[in-house]
Design a protein around this ligand. Structure first.
Ligand code: PGA
Length: 254
């Protein structure tokens, strides 16, 4: 049976200047990366590289997302970028609450919630990143952490059609991927919480796995129940690796 179309998303983090981003997107396309009915492909460059990526995407079907947005539409918020501007720049998605923003910018679930609502006002798809730290896992708090992040982050969301969840255990990012069994367990927690909040329609919310997903482990991870794609950091900057992951997702759809 065909799975729901995978979303393979690249998080470029603070890598690429505008000219480097133009090169990277054209190399990705030369590597044969194309979105299809079965696999959506998303890349999230730094803000200033968005125009280069949007214009480089051509007819590949690859979509562009931002890595963050402001909680407000406009006003006296020096240094922030609104979802309004992100949408106008040609992005379809925005990451919210990545663990690096939670860690280095002190973002809370409540702030993520305001950002998600602001993204949804602009009809952007919010890719809401959640995940427990190593300490929370060691203390047996994985389930509770994910439940809180979902409950508080999605508070007031009435239509979950433009929500994607990225489950990224903090301890796995840039380290070593979680095991398929750990991923299965966490994704089941996320699915149950979403269904509790939104009802049966939440079965269509995509839940991506992130944290050291690469060309070697993609097949195992993407095959796990409730894994609807991946959010990929390091490997998304390597055209061959990213192309291989997209290819794996296409294979799994057959
Ligand atoms: P990684 O990053 O693939 O390099 O572990 C994932 C992420 O932080 O989104």
């Amino acid at each position: 049976m065909k799975k729901t179309p995978y979303v393979i998303a690249g998080n470029w983090k603070m890598n690429t200047t505008p000219s480097e981003a133009a090169n990277l997107i054209s190399t990705l396309i030369e590597s044969g990366i194309q979105a299809t009915q079965d696999v959506e492909v998303l890349v999230c460059p730094p803000f200033l590289s968005i125009p280069a990526v949007v214009s480089g995407i051509g007819t590949s079907g690859i979509q562009c997302g931002a890595q963050d947005c402001s909680h407000e539409d406009s006003g006296a918020f020096t240094g922030q970028v609104s979802a309004v501007a992100i949408q106008e720049s040609g992005c379809s998605h925005v990451l919210v609450g990545h663990s690096e923003r939670r860690q280095y910018q002190g973002e809370t679930n409540a702030l993520c919630n305001a950002k998600i609502l602001s993204a949804l006002r602009q009809k952007l798809t919010a890719v809401y990143c959640i995940g427990e730290t190593a300490e929370q896992r060691a203390n047996g708090e994985m389930k509770e952490t994910l439940q809180q992040q979902i409950k508080q982050g999605l508070h007031g969301v009435t239509d979950c059609g433009n929500i994607i969840i990225a489950y990224e255990p903090v301890w796995a990012i840039g380290q070593q991927a979680a095991t398929p069994e750990q991923i299965r367990e966490s994704h089941a927690v996320v699915r149950t919480e979403l269904v509790g909040m939104f009802g049966a329609t939440a079965n269509t919310i995509k839940i991506l796995y992130g944290g050291s997903l690469n060309a070697d482990n993609a097949a195992k991870i993407l095959a796990v129940e409730h894994v609807n794609g991946g959010l990929i950091g390091g490997a998304s900057l390597k055209p061959d690796a990213f192309a291989s992951i997209v290819g794996t997702a296409k294979e799994l759809q057959k």
